[in-house]
Design a protein around this ligand. Structure first.
Ligand SMILES: Cc1cc2nc3c(=O)[nH]c(=O)nc-3n(C[C@H](O)[C@H](O)[C@H](O)COP(=O)(O)O)c2cc1C
Length: 276
């Protein structure tokens, strides 16, 4: 690269979530990998289309992560019917599923949402942690770019279950394609509301995508909340836990991308099937 571009034009970049390929680089707001690395000069001159290799997610059987649970169209068709069920009933499915957080700590999702729901407050939030800072990890990027509807509709369902009105997706800046795709879909989903729900009530949920500012610690949920509030990304002492007092002091469920992406399947197919 130095031979082609000159040493002075090359900077540093953090993990671009393409560790399943040998080489990756960032140029002018886009990430490149695969054979693009052999054509750096072309890419930089013409902004050539990316030749990234397909995601590597082979396994011994059907991969859980890459399992296409439902298409975006299917989810959108089913959403009004899902919201005709009582939030308590959906929470019960979540509890039956045994879904635990995929961000590392494995905390039961149903308990978190129940806590947010039961905490007295005038606002509640769902925050999707897409800071994915662990080197070698790319599961969140895969979901945000290939199955973003599962993540965002998972957030809407989590909001319905916990009586939250707003959802924020916090995506690491090194994933420009994830940010662009998720923002576009969030804008589309925002136009769906208000939706009449169980018992004739009205439900409104607003999604917002925030580009993170690049520090590994921002993936820790309370540092993430500080960052969202425009403060230094420092860890908060607990208690109170974010589910009690999170974003702007309001009850907040912070969940990993993969955790949230599991919810549409659980609501449609039932907690017992997910658990199995
Ligand atoms: C230093 C540090 C970095 C973390 N980075 C991430 C991250 O990038 N993504 C993530 O989902 N969780 C990360 N976590 C865990 C979060 O604090 C939190 O447990 C998680 O977002 C909760 O979501 P879950 O219940 O769906 O797993 C990190 C924790 C620590 C201590």
């Amino acid at each position: 690269m130095e031979n082609t571009l000159g040493a002075g034009t090359i900077g540093e970049v953090y993990c671009l979530g393409r560790c399943y390929e040998n080489r990756a680089f960032h140029h002018d707001g886009k990430n490149y990998s695969g054979t693009d690395a052999d054509q750096v000069a072309d890419v930089c001159r013409n902004g050539a289309t990316t030749n990234a290799a397909p995601y590597t997610h082979q396994g011994l059987g059907q991969g859980l992560l890459s399992f296409q649970a439902m298409s975006a169209d299917e989810c959108l068709q089913l959403l009004p019917a899902w919201l005709q069920r009582a939030p308590e009933q959906l929470l019960q499915e979540l509890q039956t599923s045994g879904l635990r957080g995929r961000g590392g700590a494995g905390f039961p999702m149903a308990i978190k949402l129940n806590t947010v729901r039961n905490e007295p407050a005038d606002a509640r939030y769902i925050v999707c942690n897409a800071d994915e800072g662990d080197p070698g990890a790319f599961s969140d990027r895969y979901l945000l770019e290939e199955q973003p509807h599962l993540v965002l509709i998972g957030m809407i369902l989590a909001g319905y279950m916990s009586n939250a009105s707003d959802g924020v997706v916090y995506i690491r800046a090194e994933y420009p394609e994830s940010i662009a795709l998720t923002t576009r879909l969030a804008d589309q989903l925002n136009t769906l509301f208000p939706i009449t729900t169980f018992g004739g009530a009205t439900f409104t949920f607003r999604l917002k995508v925030v580009k993170a500012q690049g520090a590994y610690i921002c993936g820790e949920e309370t540092a993430l909340l500080n960052s969202l509030e425009g403060n230094r990304a420092e860890v908060r002492t607990r208690p109170p836990f974010p589910a009690q007092s999170g974003l702007y002091g309001k009850p907040t469920a912070v969940n990993n991308v993969e955790t949230l992406a599991s919810i549409p399947f659980i609501v449609q197919e039932g907690g017992a099937r997910f658990k199995k």
